[in-house]
Design a protein around this ligand. Sequence first.
Ligand code: NDP
Length: 486
Amino acid sequence: MSFDYDLFVIGGGSGGVRAARVAAGEAGAKMALAEADRYGGTCVIRGCVPKKLMVFASEFSALPAEAAAYGWDMSMGAFDWSKFSGHLNSELDRLEEIYRSLLKNSGVETFDARARLKDAHTVELSTGQTVTAKHILVATGGRPVRPDIPNAHLGIVSDDIFRLPKLPKSVLIIGGGYIACEFACILNGLGVEVTQYYRGAQILRGFDDEARGLIAESMREAGINLHLGTNIIEMASASADTTASTGGTGSDAAMGASARASGDLVEPAGKPGGPVWVKATNGSERVFDAVLFATGRDPNTDDMGLEEIGVQLGRRGEIAVDAYSQTSVPSIYAIGDVTNRVNLTPVAIREGMVFVETVFKANPTPVDHDLIPSAVFTQPELGTVGLSEEDAREQEPVEIYCTSFRPMRTAFAGQPDRVLMKLVVSKASRKVLGCHIVAPGAGEMIQLAGVAVKMGATKEDFDRTVAVHPTMSEEIVTMRTPMRVA
Ligand code: NDP
């Protein structure tokens, strides 16, 4: 049977674009790709890249106080959101163009269209075209979800942050995961009054407890109003004049009552991004200029014809795949967030590369999801690889090497900032099972520590590595006595 293409990729994000380029360029496959929105996907257009640029923007506000201790007479002017977001948007346009030309130069035909599966080898496009392919790769990513409460449409999600016409004066962030904590720090740094509600006992569930504790403490120290064990239970549109009386940051129950009395309560009144009255599980009622839901992401599998043609989906709608990213329909594969395995850009890229290796280079290669280093871009950052102390202790007896100290740079400026360096070591094999760093630049540090941990380095390998002095990360090779044995 002959097909129009060897491979048709649905989704032009990091994973899909990499798979398409490598299949066309290195494996010589006849390729096409469909993207319904912007090329570059979540990472480039509404995730990692603009987020990191916002992290940079937000960090400048701390500089004058620090610089003063170093002898500089520096004063901080106002932050101009429209100038920054204009620059940000042209940068994203530039990056999107690069993605388009990478595909074009690799010989990948592109369709600016939404794709739907008709059968195991046929794709229908929103342009009305129908194409066939020997293999189909679904790389449609995920999308932010709002909780199931009335008026949730009034809240914004992470996609909306980069398109705000102006920064809110006050924001309530719901959630305690990556996105909630990163945006709490970013917006706080940009001068927004930030309140964060997290329903659990400590933010960043799943990460090392000691690291979570230090980040929460640092966030509070920086001025973020973090409430643990707290969730939103009701929300409603608050009229502009209600908030005007307090500059949009009012916090009393009467304000909530007047907003409720304003008649704006009936859904679907109001629009995302306007002032919102919120009632919390702790009984407080407040009005915020904006509410940001950072309450997780769902895979993009709606209305794609997947189940109709026999592709199995999981509980959250994710595509079920085996170790080679193959779905229950043999000609269809899936990579990246749509499979809800490890939802990180470099993982999607890696999954795309091994898919090409497996399908187009006759070298079946399973995806290796073990010991993936990652970073949370809070302030300070968290860099992590391997097991948390809590998970390691469940598995085997461990030694914990840990130090927390005031780093030279900010200590000199009289600031209270602390950093954390931590190794979780197997008592039996001496292997470093986990490395956790909370510090400015921890994302950069953990990339390198990740190589050692992935190679199976022992504590003694770390010990015989000479320290780089004076740095924060030298502590990772100078800790001699375990803090705890468990
Ligand atoms: P996460 O799954 O990390 O966090 C979701 C948060 O929302 C959790 O704190 C969760 O609470 C809470 N939550 C979920 N449902 C509700 C609800 N109904 N009411 C109140 N709270 C709720 O998702 P994110 O959206 O933060 O990030 C999605 C993924 O994107 C991450 O898992 C990560 O893989 C990726 N990402 C990676 C980044 C990086 O590498 N730096 C940056 C940003 C995203 P609970 O803990 O109780 O479940």
